[in-house]
Design a protein around this ligand. Structure first.
Ligand SMILES: [Mg+2]
Length: 217
């Protein structure tokens, strides 16, 4: 079996650690640029609430800038989101992620990681979470967040049939829909933004702890 993982909010707890940190950075940036965000605690609470409803952090940034009449700051604000994290910043994995990867690997499965975003930043997250890159036969970072072509190239590289591949991810439209279109099996990780979507009939399993994979794969 080829098991393809998403990174953010699937293997690592992005929404619990990186997101709150980046939201504060973003608000601090706005204040430095002379934007009146009002009461700091309120502003944090509001942007946190907004972020939970948004499908991507780009949307959070855009809606917030529109609200403060500061859309001209969009490129600079977005750049903040993929700036390196502080040296001592540690990112926890989601529960049991490391153990599950090791067990699935030891059972003879091939593992791959397909994560959208800026390559350096995504690799930094893998390192800061202490995930073992050697467990993955392939790590792909498609810059445009479009995963379909990455999945297709995995089929060619590993000479596997779609039915022998499973994708595990939290975002149904980005991670699972293109996989399902290609005939892959799909597992929805309900973590972080993964809570935004309801279970779809075609999704094989919905989980909130990766150790549930050990029973089905
Ligand atoms: Mg994700």
């Amino acid at each position: 079996m080829l098991i393809v993982f998403d990174l953010d909010d699937t293997l690592i707890d992005t929404s619990g650690t990186i997101t709150p940190y980046k939201l504060k950075e973003f608000l601090t940036f706005l204040v430095r640029r002379g934007i009146d965000v009002g009461d700091w605690e309120n502003a944090i609470a509001e942007i946190t609430q907004l972020d939970k409803q948004c499908v991507t952090s780009k949307d959070t940034v855009r809606f917030t800038l529109e609200r403060y009449g500061a859309v001209h700051l969009y490129p600079a604000a977005l750049a903040l989101y993929s700036e390196p994290l502080p040296k001592d910043f540690r990112i926890p994995t989601t529960p049991h992620a490391k153990n599950v990867l090791e067990v699935l690997h030891s059972r003879g499965n091939r593992l791959a990681l397909v994560t959208g975003g800026k390559k350096d930043y995504q690799l930094e997250k893998i390192e800061k979470a202490g995930l073992e890159p050697a467990l993955f036969s392939k790590i792909m970072v498609p810059a445009d967040m479009k995963k379909r072509s990455a999945y297709e190239s995995l089929l060619k590289d590993f000479l596997v049939l779609p039915g022998d591949c499973v994708v595990v991810g939290d975002r149904i439209p980005m991670d699972l829909v293109p996989a399902h279109d290609l005939g892959f099996r799909t597992v929805h990780m309900r973590w972080g933004r993964g809570h935004l979507w309801k279970k779809e009939k075609w999704i094989e399993r919905s989980i909130s702890d990766l150790s549930e994979l050990l029973e089905i794969l």
